[in-house]
Design a protein around this ligand. Structure first.
Ligand code: MSP
Length: 529
């Protein structure tokens, strides 16, 4: 168990990043794909920077609706959960996600640990038996406070179904006792991000904290029984939150705790920013370092809904991947996604615009120019960087890009990560325009200058590609193949780590290296009329 082990001081703590564990009743859609892809980008960035990473995602399976859905199909809850958890696993694998583990709350390894955590929680003195009566949102597995229920017209704000009046005798966690510590935790600064979300949570804490049920009755045999009290089942949210601990509570992985980032969306912030840290406090465990709550995707200007038929579901996601490539989807999610406090619109026109402007016309086109000229003027071999007016012209912009990307990556600002790397590519383009190597090349005496220009361009492009790898791993690996940098790919394979600071140093490409032209990395997209 976690609290029995003292972490060895010598080994550096892995960077531990998590996503929510998703309800198995839904089919995976863009919302789930987004959070997990963003986590993948952050995880890859840390690996690129040389850090060991543990990246966890998974499924939340003990909801009551799983029992109903399974019964409707003549299946057991486990069969239904197996089928849907597989859909999430397959989807993430297909989308190039390289999570270290996929936890399912119906797995024995999780259930066994939860029993222990609950035992400890019961022994902490912060749990009491009480009666609860309130409005319940069955779809969300969540009690809704009276004022909110009224505001929502006694309907679920998520699926519109009527809230149900429910009363239960349950085990309660004395959340209210932790109000001062929670307030202090949130006021301290960067525990909850972005800032505006932190203020929302603080505002809600000021309205007062209610104790929360941690068990429920009538679970029909699906869930985790409270130790020594088989009538009570661990409340699905408490069961779910513990996944972040149970997955790493092994001799090998315990050192991952505390989590560096719990990446979630705004819908489940209260559980992560308030209930979860209070439970950890009661257990005497370290708190996660940060909870980052992004906003929501809407689609074609409207909230995604089944009735409007504008859900970005798996079929639509596949369509984008087939048409534009997986890395283009990742780039779009990273650059236009709702990491801030406003929702983002997933619209086809916007996707095409970003794809053509940034990927086809800028990144892909710039690489083609460099490769074409190297092939035309230097038989495809990277020329040497003789000293002439152009030596190291792009060294400054490349160093700035590398520095800026590191600054914004620490803030999980993925759009700016991409923007700084793309800025370097634009600098290369501007440099080509200003120096006009295609004109200089007409005079054989000027070839050394042309060579120096191209060396600069290729070197800056190499650095941009390293910075873009977390967002577009396959395309950047393809680019590395064409500039003789396959060793980066090898270092990063199988959860390996890179050397970001070394790889972004100027002057790593050896003159004479073969530069391969190949097909366009991002062919321009023309809508079929
Ligand atoms: N099972 C709980 C989470 C337990 S975590 C201990 C749950 N599951 S969920 O399937 O509803 O997933 C919610 C999460 O999915 C959000 O927090 C977010 O990460 C992602 N998204 C779902 N819809 C989304 C959008 N429309 N846009 C962006 N992300 C969204 O809640």
């Amino acid at each position: 168990m976690l609290w029995r082990i003292i972490r060895p001081v010598s080994s550096a703590k892995p960077f531990y990043i998590t996503t929510p564990i998703y309800y198995v009743n839904d089919r995976p859609h863009i919302g789930h794909v987004y959070t997990t892809t963003i986590a993948d980008i952050v995880a890859r960035y840390h690996r690129l920077a040389g850090q060991q990473v543990f990246f966890l995602t998974g499924t939340d399976e003990h909801a009551a609706k799983v029992v109903d859905a399974a019964a409707e199909r003549g299946m057991t809850p486990q069969q239904w959960a197996d089928q849907n958890a597989k859909a999430f696993q397959d989807t993430f694998a297909r989308l190039g996600i390289i999570n270290n583990d996929f936890i399912r709350t119906s797995q024995d390894r999780h259930k066994k640990q939860v029993v222990e955590y609950i035992r400890r929680l019961l022994a902490s003195g912060d749990v009491y038996v009480g009666e609860y009566e309130g409005w319940y949102d069955a779809g969300q597995e969540e009690y809704v406070p009276e004022n909110k229920a009224k505001e929502y017209g006694y309907k679920s704000p998520v699926n519109g179904k009527p809230l149900v009046r429910k009363s239960e005798k349950n085990d309660f966690f004395a959340l209210s006792k932790y109000e001062p510590q929670l307030r202090e935790l949130l006021e301290r600064g960067d525990f909850v991000q972005p800032e505006a979300r932190r203020n929302e949570v603080l505002g809600r804490i000021s309205e007062g904290l209610n104790d929360v049920p941690i068990s429920r009755t009538g679970a029909r045999g699906w869930g985790i029984s409270v130790p020594d009290d088989p009538d009570q089942t661990v409340y699905v949210w408490i069961d779910a939150l513990f996944n972040y601990l149970s997955a790493i509570d092994t001799d090998e992985l315990r050192g991952c705790w505390p989590a560096d980032v719990h990446l979630i969306a705004k819908d489940i912030l209260w559980f992560h920013a308030v209930i979860w840290p209070a439970m950890l406090m009661a257990l005497g465990l370290d708190l996660p370092k940060r909870v980052y709550a992004h906003s929501f995707w809407i689609s074609e200007g409207q909230k995604m809904s089944k009735s409007l038929g504008n859900f970005i579901d798996l079929e639509k996601i596949d369509h984008y991947v087939e048409t534009f490539g997986l890395d283009a989807l990742r780039y779009f999610l990273a650059t236009t996604g709702p990491m801030g406090t406003t929702d983002s619109d997933f619209a086809e026109a916007g996707f095409i615009e970003v794809y053509n402007a940034d990927l086809a016309n800028t990144l892909g086109n710039c690489f083609s120019r460099i490769a074409n000229m190297t092939n035309r003027y230097f038989e495809g071999k990277l020329p040497s960087k003789s000293s002439n007016p152009y030596a190291s012209s792009l060294e400054g912009p490349a160093a700035n890009a590398a520095f800026d990307v590191q600054q914004v990556a620490a803030k999980l600002d993925l759009a700016q990560m991409a923007a700084h790397a793309l800025q370097l590519v634009r600098n290369i383009d501007a440099f080509i325009e200003n120096t006009a190597p295609f004109k200089l090349a007409k005079d054989p005496a000027k070839l050394p200058e042309v060579g120096t220009i191209l060396y600069n361009c290729a070197e800056a492009m190499r650095i941009a590609s390293v910075l873009l790898w977390p967002i577009m791993p396959s395309k950047m690996q393809e680019l590395w193949r064409r500039i003789g940098c396959d060793h980066y790919t090898q270092a990063l394979a199988d959860h390996g780590t890179g050397k970001l600071s070394e790889w972004t140093q100027w002057g790593q490409l050896s003159p004479g290296t073969a530069i391969l032209q190949g097909e366009a990395l991002f062919p321009r997209y023309q809508a079929v009329k």
